[in-house]
Design a protein around this ligand. Sequence first.
Ligand SMILES: [Ca+2]
Length: 598
Amino acid sequence: MVRATVLLVSVLAVIALGEEAAPRTLLSESFESAPMAPWQHIWGEAANSTEQSHEGRQSLKCTVENKYGMSVHYRDLPAKAGATYILSASLFIPWQDKTCFPQLQLCNVNWGVKAQATPVEKGEWENLRCRWTNTENLKTIRVALHDNCRQAGAGGAAYFWDDVELTEEGGISVTPGERGQNPDVISGLEVRPSGGMQVAVTAGKARVLGREVSVAETTLDIAPPQMLGITDEATTLTDEVPVSFGKGTALVQCLGSGPTLPCLEPGSIVVKEKPGGPGGLVYEQGRDWRTDGTWGRLGRLPEGRIQSGRKVYIDYRIHLMRVDTLCIDPTGRVSLRQGDSQRVCPSIPAADYGSLALCRIFIDYGCRAITEKEIYPVGEDYPQPDVDFLSVQRARVAKTRKKLEQGQDVTLVAWGDSVTAGGEASRPELRFADAFVQALRYKYPNARIKFINAGRGGWTTSRSLPLFADDVLKYKPDLVTMEFVNDMGLDAQTVRRNWSEAIDRVRAIGGESIVITPHFEMPMRMNFPGNGTPETRPNVEVLRKISEEKQVALADASKRWEHLITEGIPYPVHLHNGINHPDDFGHALFVEELMRLF
Ligand SMILES: [Ca+2]
């Protein structure tokens, strides 16, 4: 009875979520210009042509090769579990043509046909249409325009495609910033806290290695969080009042790469006159020294018993963080892959080959028991942005893209704060601005790109704007990327004024701009309500609005970070300084969002 109820509830949940999603266009291609995103092409020839068109001036002319009679032109698109796909296209087969068998198909990535439409007309445009529901939870679907008759000697037969459109309706999707739903779970398999450091997985069914497996209800022990004790750390306390991560005397093991980490075990600090065990004075908090409790920073109280400049010895404890991955193997057994314990950036253990990663458990600093907060179901991948939205954004950097395509000189300035400057990629070439330029160089090998990094650590637009002429405009940039996570603390009006001014001044010298929304900072700075991580900083929405009003391209990194929880990734593990600087993975996310525009 219990199991039936769980099953019914999950089925209803899927239906409810499915009904919320409006149909959206994944692909709309009229072949009027160079393809916006890459079509793949493996047999025969295909090129935009003015010989025939259904709508507009051009269509895609496909010419069959001779050896096997093949012509294959295709595109892969991300698919959502449970969604229905409707593919349509117009096809023209000339009367006089040699025998050919063009078909419109929806396939998986191994060319397994899921739905297809075959023409009956010759000598006039015909609309083909097919539809398919993703009950197999494919992650990718392939739209194929092809002739696969495999008859030798068909070489030269040609036909024309136009107005290819793919829409998606329904499917599992969640509100941004919410915990995910694993697309390979068929029923049950919810992971819940089960008291202390235990989790329970409810019975259910999953798709593992392409097969349906049954999983019995399972309870698992999660290893306790690791804590380290530090003894006799010798230091000299200054009188600076300890505040947050930057002021006061730092405990060495709480120091990250610059600021301190909030990894101190509260109440664990003991400040002593002498190292070792008993003997010597133990100084009192509030009388001899003070701390703000969280950040591992101390200060001497001048009226206390610690003489100025005198060495003291400190004992304290710090927490480490860890991510475990809960897996289901092909026999339906549930197991746990335990991750490494680190002060920052612990790795996320992968599932064994052939096993399903069901859920991640995030053991943050100070975790004492598993609650809902620690449980991160592995859900769907980040969806591709809406095709129409992306095409609008791409048009806003059209001048730069054209110059890149034509192999001209292009000057790019990255304007921003410490993150633009590179904090905290492990190597210079992994800083997002450098990696973006490198990606452009790979994509446009003939272009000559001059790159200037105008990132200044700790600065906001208010502080940077007075130097804008010297930092940015004097290079006469074709393109300026703008990133300021530090602006999240400014008031909305100032953000609006500063960014508008910067965009206007770039435009006035004929340049284009990209507004980059910031990555996520540590949860404490984001004020997350409940168990989700929705974007909470009002200035992010202000930036999106400015990009719309000013008609400049948007690279929405914030949206990408917001989705990490849905993918089962606890985003704080990608903050290299534990506070506000992304690691290499975080920098790569910026590059991905920027490259969507090129
Ligand atoms: Ca057309």
